[in-house]
Write a protein of this length. Structure first.
Length: 114
């Protein structure tokens, strides 16, 4: 069983920045795909950013140019750097990792005030 623990969420003003972190309980060197998802109240969970084992990244159109996904294999960590935050970025953010099976963290709340 793999455990993922997110951290770094909080309350920030519009235009501010946050960095989300996701700690994995196992090595991430042979993962298939990792990503960050978010779910706002009354909305479905959506992909924010993803990275493959070949370091290919993709982003939701709404966050391109503002968010960056990256990993630290030595620390078994996944990150999401979020800049120029907007109120519409408010959501619970979830870390996801796949080694043939999807694993999810418990989520971290991000609130952006206008």
């Amino acid at each position: 069983q793999v455990q993922l623990v997110e951290s770094g969420g909080g309350l920030v003003q519009a235009g501010g920045s946050l960095r989300l972190s996701c700690a994995a309980s196992r090595s991430i060197f042979n993962f298939n795909r990792m990503g960050w998802y978010r779910q706002a109240p009354g909305k479905q969970r959506e992909l924010v950013a993803a990275i493959t084992s070949g370091s290919r990244t993709n982003y939701a159109d709404s966050v391109k140019g503002r968010f960056t996904i990256f990993r630290d294999g030595a620390k078994n960590m996944l990150y999401l750097q979020m800049n120029s935050l907007k109120p519409e970025d408010t959501a619970i953010y979830y870390c996801n990792m796949n080694w043939g099976t999807d694993y999810w963290g418990q989520g971290t709340q991000v609130t952006v005030s206008s």
